[in-house]
Design a protein around this ligand. Structure first.
Ligand code: NAG
Ligand code: NAG
Ligand code: NAG
Ligand code: NAG
Ligand code: NAG
Ligand code: NAG
Ligand code: NAG
Ligand code: NAG
Ligand code: NAG
Ligand code: NAG
Length: 330
């Protein structure tokens, strides 16, 4: 982690200074944690606003035509500016690929690469902007029972026509997302419908522990990723225990992922969620921060403690040396 490195560097500096120079007097080490977020969101947006879909046309025969002849250089960071992003549209859902080639990257991190060059013009917000941050609330009457604020990304590992696999990513456009839900006391749920897809979050209250957590999650999505050999995706998992927070508090996380199945992941960025005992004010309860943030804090604390110990040792060393030096001239 960054903080471990930071702490180590600081320790190293202190040691170097302490041994090389005379004893440091009144050294003030200031640690300023700086959270720099670099959202590499590959925004995907629906290109049309019409949500009317003829119910009779159940055409599943969709040919995916990349706009450029995709003899894609396997790794082309040098020629990236001349490479237009391949966009395919099916059912009005435009999807920008993360990888042109059918080689399956390891699930997780490196797949969310930045788009080469500017993304094609689209009527909706630019990638990574705050506009993709959704605020989804379900209320029963006047009492809100589930509120979820997040930028939601769906990541799907899909089979390609070449026989490989690739990760596709879409980001939900909050403006085109409809919220439904239920306020059953022990099992509140939230359902988000968007063009050709639906997400369902089922929560569960654990009265004994006084917590609430995400217990059930379902994704259904019809989307055509580049060179995909499959267009309908669905996954559900009813044995989750994620996003857990004490009753009355909201679960906050800058970046967390839910693994529904090996092939379907959900990324929740800038997440703030509360699914039980919401205050009536429209605001959420105090933040209960996710473990990934805490795991960042831990190295920092350890580093600070070590720093303190080291400072003590140095001071002791200084004192003893000064005493020696006062007696030595004799
Ligand atoms: C979210 O975290 C994953 C790794 O945990 C990282 O690859 C990704 O870039 C992060 N996304 C943002 C927007 O910070
Ligand atoms: C799918 O499209 C191809 C070419 O457009 C056509 O040859 C084939 O018959 C179509 N299949 C179906 C099931 O419509
Ligand atoms: C794509 O490129 C390959 C090799 O360069 C060529 O054989 C093929 O005809 C091209 N396809 C199109 C549609 O241009
Ligand atoms: C993907 O890249 C590999 C090697 O980088 C190559 O062998 C393969 O043909 C490529 N596949 C496609 C569909 O371009
Ligand atoms: C989405 O909503 C935001 C905030 O209400 C608005 O500024 C933006 O224009 C909307 N975008 C579209 C495409 O409707
Ligand atoms: C939700 O509202 C309906 C009627 O508006 C009511 O019958 C139901 O008891 C309410 N549920 C909860 C959990 O408050
Ligand atoms: C996805 O497509 C399947 C089959 O065509 C259809 O049954 C399902 O309702 C679609 N789902 C959504 C969310 O549009
Ligand atoms: C559901 O999620 C749990 C916890 O992440 C995981 O162990 C389990 O394999 C998942 N079930 C399926 C069917 O993927
Ligand atoms: C989210 O929506 C709720 C209910 O519509 C509203 O009270 C709250 O102020 C909104 N929060 C933000 C950050 O927009
Ligand atoms: C860009 C695109 O595909 N637009 C289509 C969106 O869906 C409506 C209704 O199905 C079509 O009329 C548009 O052509």
């Amino acid at each position: 982690m960054r903080y471990e490195v930071l702490c180590l560097v600081l320790l190293g500096l202190l040691v170097a200074q302490g041994t090389g120079e005379d004893c440091p007097h009144k050294k003030a080490a200031t640690l300023l944690p700086s959270f720099t977020m670099t959202p590499t969101a590959t925004e995907s947006t629906a290109s049309s606003t019409t949500s009317h879909r003829p119910t009779t046309t159940s055409h599943r025969n969709v040919t995916v035509l990349p706009t450029s002849n995709s003899t894609a250089t396997s790794s082309g960071p040098t020629t990236s500016t001349h490479n237009p992003a391949v966009t395919t549209s099916h059912g009005n859902a435009t999807v920008y690929p993360t990888t042109n080639n059918g080689t399956a990257p390891s699930p997780g991190f490196s797949t969310i690469g930045p788009q080469p060059g500017p993304t094609p013009p689209s009527p909706s917000p630019s990638p990574g902007s705050k506009e993709a941050l959704g605020n989804y609330t379900w209320t029963n009457g006047s009492q809100p029972c589930v509120q979820l604020q997040a930028q939601i990304q769906i990541r799907i590992l899909y089979p390609t026509q070449g026989g490989g696999k690739a990760w596709g990513i879409t980001t939900l456009n909050p403006n085109k997302t409809k919220v439904q839900g239920g306020c059953d006391h022990a099992y509140p749920h939230l359902s988000l419908s968007f063009p050709y897809g639906r997400l369902t979050f089922g929560f569960k209250q654990d009265m004994e522990q006084g917590t609430v957590y995400l217990n059930y999650m379902a994704v259904e999505y019809n989307v055509s990723f580049p060179q995909a050999a499959q267009w309908t995706f669905s996954a559900q998992n009813s044995s989750l225990r994620e996003l857990q927070a004490p009753l009355g508090q909201s679960f906050c996380c800058r970046n967390t992922s839910i693994v529904l199945s090996p092939a379907v992941h959900l990324d929740l960025l800038f997440l703030r969620l509360q699914a039980a005992q919401l205050p009536n004010t429209g605001h959420l309860g105090p933040c209960f921060s996710c473990t990934s943030d805490q795991s960042l804090l831990l190295p920092l604390i350890i580093g600070l403690v070590l720093l303190g110990l080291l400072t003590l040792v140095l001071i002791a060393f200084c004192i003893t040396r000064r005493r020696q030096s006062t007696y030595q001239p004799l």
